[in-house]
Unconditional design. Structure first.
Length: 209
């Protein structure tokens, strides 16, 4: 099993994402997240949105990829939140991301999962673009996280904004797809050439004046 470093996502508005970065050359794929749903996990092209039970906190996260048939349970105290399907649409590099600030930071300490102590690091893994994936979202502490958070707020423990929930996300190949590819270097060169020609024409016209 390939396991990422332990990260910590800054959750705001009760959600965060596991998403692909769009590398140069890939056309953007429309991805509208419907937050009206009651589902705890929302999959759209390019990202998986996880809805937390706490409005704002720091949540430790680890990503992993498993081979078909490999054990995917992080541990006895982890609970399965949802199982979804995901197909890479860009480069296949998946990152745990803050709600507002991009890629999550390394966690302040290790996460115990998959029978090991996962040290702080970049919460990212690489998926094979030619596969679609069965994705399991596991959580620890989620079942009473809202109640514990509200209790902390009532006691005015303002610094206690971390540790209410932990997440482990496991990607397992579950089929094949035609691998997404960039729109093409030729297309990019053509766009740059047209831009340069337009700039040269503007310069020529101003030079005449």
């Amino acid at each position: 099993m390939d396991v990422s470093g332990a990260g910590i996502v800054e959750v705001e508005y009760s959600h965060f994402s596991i998403g692909e970065m769009r590398d140069p050359g890939f056309d953007a794929v429309e991805a509208r997240v419907d937050f009206a749903t009651s589902d705890p996990v929302i999959a759209v092209p390019g990202q998986i949105v996880i809805v937390s039970r706490v409005q704002a906190h720091g949540a430790p996260v680890v990503l992993s990829s498993a081979a078909p048939g490999q054990e995917t349970v992080p541990g006895g105290d982890w609970r399965l939140v949802s199982t979804i399907s995901y197909a890479p649409v860009y480069s296949g590099r998946m990152y745990a991301c803050d709600t507002m600030n991009g890629v999550a930071s390394p966690a302040p300490g290790p996460i115990e999962a998959f029978g090991q102590s996962i040290e702080p690091g970049e919460p990212a893994i690489d998926l094979d673009l030619s596969h679609v994936y069965r994705v399991q979202i596991w959580a620890r502490g989620r079942e009473d996280s809202r109640e514990r958070h509200e209790e902390a707020m009532e006691r005015e423990v303002w610094g206690a904004n971390e540790g209410f929930e932990e997440y482990a996300v496991v990607f397992t190949p579950a089929g094949e797809q035609e691998a997404p590819v960039p729109s093409g270097e030729v297309g990019l060169r053509e766009r740059f050439a047209r831009q340069r020609a337009e700039e040269d024409e503007i310069a020529r016209l101003f030079g005449r004046e």
